[in-house]
Design a protein around this ligand. Structure first.
Ligand code: HAM
Length: 424
């Protein structure tokens, strides 16, 4: 019987996994430069956490969560995103009391959403995200956007579009909410069932509807930017001023509402404008979530963050035809000829590895020529050939594949000869 991989998931095999490792390495370096420390939270959380933070009228919560009951009859959910858990952990571990503030964290891990799989959309995907909690300085909004942007730039991507918006504070949102209700109410019967429920509960979610996005009332809907109070306006202007100072090109789009409920003030996305990237162009999204710590039972600690999936980053690299500089080489391949020499390489390969070299030998009883081919396939830098004669004379033949240079050396000096070759 054949059992296939679940829909919307993928195996990342050797040959591709090196790209992931390269990207993860670069991301960790960048986080260090920007002074974000890694946090690892569980893969599953209490379902209630996502209802309270992501929001019970969002698509994520109503349609996309992998929720199950454990044997103790608790409702648990595989995390669909990372912010809720990071803020939970901030509150639970009383990070507001830490000496160094604001708390700047990053995470890299699998997220799960029961979505319709298509290019760039998976049911299990890996998000890199950051959260800066404890500051409402607009400079940190700009820093977070700059960090996201620099990930893509570091990888060599250039066809990028940064879109920003402000969702305002509570007062601005309340005014906008009333305007939205007045706008949609008379014709709400023309909208899907979900939108009809959203009208009173959370009318901003209507703007994010995947079914009704072509309805003419969507385009003429009142823009949040017209309802920003002075404070929210001033905040948004500062964010834009700092982005300009950081040389980050951006456009303001008042239709950017984001699909999660915890946002206020700054909201942003970075899109790929590369040809052939696919229908989903968003590479990354984030925003400010003042009030979320209080919602989860903690003290006031305003926050901002973003998340991006590595799957979409890899697709953008493909669309822009960017090859990552990945070199996988084995330092030394041991070729042996004859039974005794073969036996001898069991210890020798181990000696090389213990000395810090990557080393390999034949395990398939191959002829010498095939062993050389195997060495080539592994991109070996050196091949050490041990035949019956060499073994009797306590010698080994060491060949540098790139230059063709070779020399016979005492068998006991293989490690030091490799070191002497100077390229390690
Ligand atoms: P989000 O917009 O739901 O925000 O997701 C952020 C990013 O995750 C997307 O831009 C995309 O790169 C990736 N992503 C989401 N769903 C999928 C999927 N099904 N397949 C592949 N990639 C996907 C959040 O998750 C927020 N927690 C971001 C945030 C952090 N806001 C503040 N802090």
């Amino acid at each position: 019987m054949h059992i296939n991989i679940p829909r919307g998931t993928q195996d990342i095999l050797p040959g591709t996994v090196e790209k992931w490792q390269y990207i993860e390495g670069k991301i960790k370096q960048l986080c260090d430069r920007y002074q974000y420390s890694e946090i690892r939270t569980p893969i599953f959380e209490h379902t209630e956490l996502f209802l309270r933070s992501v929001g019970d009228t969002t698509d994520i919560v109503t349609k996309e969560m992998y929720t199950f009951e454990d044997r103790g009859k608790r409702s648990l959910t595989l995390r669909p995103e990372g912010t809720a858990a990071v803020v939970r952990s901030f509150v639970e571990n009383k990070m507001h009391g830490y000496a160094s503030q604001p708390i700047k964290l990053f995470y890299l891990g699998q997220m799960f959403r029961y979505e319709r799989p298509q290019a760039g959309r998976f049911r299990q995907f890996v998000q890199f995200g950051v959260e800066a909690i404890g500051s409402k300085d607009p400079a940190i909004d700009a820093e977070v956007i700059a960090l996201a942007y620099s990930v893509y730039q570091t990888m060599g991507l250039s066809k990028l579009k940064v879109v920003v918006n402000s969702l305002g504070d509570k007062e601005s949102r309340q005014a906008h909410r009333e305007a939205l209700i007045a706008h949609f109410k008379p014709s709400i019967g023309e909208f899907c069932h979900d939108c009809q429920t959203r009208l009173e509960k959370n009318p901003m979610r209507i703007l994010d509807c995947k079914k009704d996005h072509e309805h003419p009332l969507m385009k003429s809907a009142p823009s949040i930017l017209e309802y920003l109070n002075e404070e929210s306006k001033a905040y948004f202007e500062k964010v834009q001023k700092y982005l300009t100072a950081l040389n980050i090109p951006f456009v303001v789009d008042s239709n950017l509402v984001r699909g999660l409920d915890y946002y206020n003030h700054t909201a942003f996305e970075i899109m790929s404008e590369a040809e052939g990237f696919g229908a989903i162009t968003t590479l990354c999204g984030g925003g400010r979530y003042n009030g979320l710590t209080e919602e989860l039972g903690g003290p006031e600690a305003p926050g901002i963050g973003f998340a991006m999936s590595l799957e979409r980053l890899l697709s953008a690299l493909e669309a822009e035809k960017i090859e990552l500089p990945i070199e996988k080489k084995v330092d030394c391949y041991l070729v042996s000829l004859g039974e005794e020499a073969k036996d001898y390489t069991v210890g020798l390969v181990n000696e090389l590895r213990q000395a810090g070299f990557s080393a390999e030998r034949d395990y398939l009883d191959r002829k010498v020529k095939a062993q050389f081919k195997a060495a080539d396939r592994l991109h070996a830098k050196y091949v050490a050939v041990l035949g019956e004669n060499e073994l009797q004379n306590n010698k080994i033949n060491l060949k540098q594949l790139e230059t063709g240079e070779q020399k016979e050396i005492p068998l006991t000096e293989l490690v030091s000869a490799l070191k002497d070759f100077g390229s390690f």
